[in-house]
Design a protein around this ligand. Sequence first.
Ligand SMILES: NC(=O)c1ccc[n+]([C@@H]2O[C@H](COP(=O)([O-])OP(=O)(O)OC[C@H]3O[C@@H](n4cnc5c(N)ncnc54)[C@H](OP(=O)(O)O)[C@@H]3O)[C@@H](O)[C@H]2O)c1
Length: 261
Amino acid sequence: MNNIDLNGKVAAITGGTRGIGRGIAEAFLSAGASISLNGRSAEKGEAALNEMGAPERTAFFSGDVKHQQDVEAFVAQTIERFGQIDILVNNAGGSSGFALIEDLSDDAWQEAAAWILHSCFWATRAALKDMRKRNWGRIINISSVEGRQANKATASHYITFKHAMNGFTKAVAFEYGEMGITSNAISPGAVETDLMIETGPVAAESMGLTYEQFKDNYAQEAAIKRLNTVEEVSGLALYLVSDMGAGVTGAIMPVDGGTAL
Ligand SMILES: NC(=O)c1ccc[n+]([C@@H]2O[C@H](COP(=O)([O-])OP(=O)(O)OC[C@H]3O[C@@H](n4cnc5c(N)ncnc54)[C@H](OP(=O)(O)O)[C@@H]3O)[C@@H](O)[C@H]2O)c1
């Protein structure tokens, strides 16, 4: 396999300080890219930069992707710091207020829309304007196995906007394919990150399960009978931004251990 060389490339990763986004950032950094991270907590951002230990090639800008001005500022700050943006990973996403549809609040619905879908649109729109200047770009949207199936009660908002993210991924691929810009989604299965540790117990309770039963349900759903790992997701992201991945666009690629078969 070719060595993957991202020297001279600039990657912006929303929600890049922890979990899957952080794993992708580390993989791109190891391949030579400069990395711009976003997240709400300045403390997590500072810790991430310290742990990555490459001050010339890493930056953190705090912001909440649920807010349009924060997302647009993140893209602008990345370009200001590193001169351009070549790779965008729309990773930050989530939902709260899990409930059956008849009880799902407007707030929970709108929050999930902004967190998962609108943030992806705002960041992509801003980044495309810069990518077009060089006719080169890689956009990766971190969707979910729940964007390919609808078998979890009380998570209809998360399921709906992850499905929508997949549609947007394809629309970007169609409009920008001739301009050297690819757009793909990765659909991870369950990975035990902070997100799962923090929201899993609440989601489990709303489903009448313990957290251990909740995790085991995910493992049993998969052909591999275990959860996925951050490294399994970041490995695919690295392939997609490499020269080897240049011919792949508009794809919704599972890393779910054979869950949504
Ligand atoms: N873990 C899974 O099982 C799983 C499975 C499928 C898909 N996914 C998807 O993978 C993505 C990452 O999830 P993860 O499990 O890696 O989560 P995580 O471990 O909780 O990490 C999330 C990262 O995003 C940041 N973040 C969260 N909300 C944000 C917001 N509103 N604005 C800006 N930054 C934000 C967090 O930092 P701050 O807290 O400081 O903001 C952190 O850096 C999500 O889109 C999720 O839906 C996860």
